[in-house]
Design a protein around this ligand. Structure first.
Ligand code: EPZ
Length: 417
């Protein structure tokens, strides 16, 4: 692991790369394993900093966790569930899933408000609204959230003002062992939520409607341990596809589920990129000239905000026409714009919109301001002339497994220091 990535642009990416298990499915699913009686086995868990930090948090509460080559076993039988240290919790936003899990399991939880990427305000009011509706008392004091249920949680109807991924997951987790039925209206529909629901169902939970905007959870008394394989990381796959297009390359991304990537594949096609899908993955072949397009981020199945920075880097490389990028999910997810400009990108920001003009990029010293922005810098650097140095690269290692090795395998000229 290193903190700086150095790369030389101008190489066309070619060959095959495999997408790892999805970070944003693994994090809630690892938490959910605490709800089981006995040992759970999870396969295709990516080897990432976020996963490692979650492992440390669970171990600090006495949960038995072992990780070896993608397989994680989790055993909560000897856990004491004392409040995990803030130093660990603040490193990982997904530590807030412990609120739902511990509320369901022990009827109470105390967790410091989480950290994560600085891409916006990121409140958790909808999570807390859900816990309250289920009958828990919620207190916020000096950045610590305390949830406590005096008696067993009781199913309720909860309308989410926004289809929040985190709130949908947290309410599903808490409701899985509540008394009676919980209905989440305007629920998020992300594939990672479906993966979690699939595992909970095998554990014995009764969940209906995941993948639609109304999710129903009928609580059960006990959940049993299971074995589960994490779905492929659609954001990681998408990032390699975008990188392939930006370098006019020809790349096959194995372990990609096309049905999770529809909005990206449609947009790449609109730009003129050739897409060939099969049961194992997707081949992306880029022509010499790409068209500029408009992209608007939305909750799934809309275009994912987690691919917006990478897409913006690609759009600087469109020869024909100006592009418009509108970010509607997070209010501050344009920090990569200044970094792209350091490389010569012609981008104008106007509120939640960015106008991107065809640009000739040249290598520069830039910063990974967050996880996805860091990958946008790699994509821009690969398309640029000369050397790029990406600082604060640790952000990227939170979410991309073996990124140096994978890009090198496709012919990129880069190294970590
Ligand atoms: C998840 O974050 C992902 N993280 C994010 O991935 C992803 O960008 C995001 O979903 C959207 O797809 C994990 O899965 C661990 P949200 P989450 O709750 O759950 C507002 C990455 O790069 N909101 O759907 O935090 C919020 O401010 C990361 O891998 C409230 O107002 O996202 C935001 O504007 C970054 N109140 C919008 O909803 C709430 O209580 C979407 O947030 C909760 C959210």
């Amino acid at each position: 692991m290193g903190d700086k990535l150095f790369l030389t642009g101008g190489k066309r990416l070619q060959g095959e790369v495999r997408a790892s298990g999805a970070k944003n499915a693994a994090l809630p699913i690892i938490n959910a394993a605490i709800l089981a009686k006995g040992e759970t086995q999870l396969d295709d868990i990516p080897d990432l900093r976020d996963v490692f930090h979650l492992q440390q948090i669970l171990e600090s509460m006495g949960v038995g966790v072992a990780y070896d080559q993608g397989t994680m076993t989790i055993n909560p039988e000897k856990a004491h569930f004392a409040e995990p240290p803030y130093e660990l919790v603040r490193k990982l936003r997904a530590s807030y899933y412990l609120l739902g899990v511990l509320l369901a399991r022990n009827g109470e939880a105390r967790i410091a408000l989480p950290g994560g990427c600085a891409i916006g305000n990121r409140p958790i009011d909808l999570h807390l609204k859900g816990f309250k509706a289920l009958g828990a008392d919620v207190h916020l004091d000096h950045g610590v959230v305390e949830v406590k249920a005096k008696r067993k949680l009781k199913g309720a109807k909860i309308y989410l003002d926004y289809p929040s991924v985190g709130a949908t997951v947290n309410i599903m987790l808490a409701a899985s062992r509540a008394e009676g039925q919980t209905v989440i209206e305007n629920a998020a529909r992300e594939p990672e939520i479906i993966d979690l629901a699939n595992m909970l169902t095998v554990m014995g939970a009764r969940i209906k409607g995941v993948g639609t905007d109304i999710v129903k959870v009928e609580g059960v008394d006990q959940l049993s341990s299971t074995q589960h394989r994490i779905i492929p990381d659609r954001i990681e796959s998408g990032s390699y596809m975008i990188a392939a297009a930006a370098t006019r390359g020809d790349v096959y991304v194995r372990n990609s589920l096309c049905e999770h990537l529809k909005s990206l594949l449609a947009k790449l096609k609109e730009m003129g990129v050739k897409i060939e899908e099969d049961i194992e993955g997707v081949r992306v072949t880029a022509p010499n000239s790409l068209k500029g397009i408009d992209v608007k981020t939305l909750p799934h199945p809309g275009f994912p905000t987690d691919l917006q920075p990478q897409m913006m880097a690609l759009l600087t490389q469109a020869e024909e026409g100006t592009s418009l990028v509108i970010e509607t999910v997070f209010e501050n997810r344009f920090m990569h714009v200044d970094e792209l400009k350091r490389m010569g990108a012609d981008i104008k920001l106007d509120g939640r919109g960015a106008i991107v003009k065809p640009s000739r990029l040249s290598g520069a010293k830039v910063w990974a301001t967050d996880l996805r922005a860091g990958v946008a810098m790699i994509i821009a650097g690969l398309a640029a002339e000369g050397e790029t140095q990406i600082n604060d690269f640790f952000h990227v290692e939170r979410g991309y497994e073996k990124i140096e090795e994978k890009f090198k395998g496709l012919g990129a000229d880069l190294h970590l220091e």
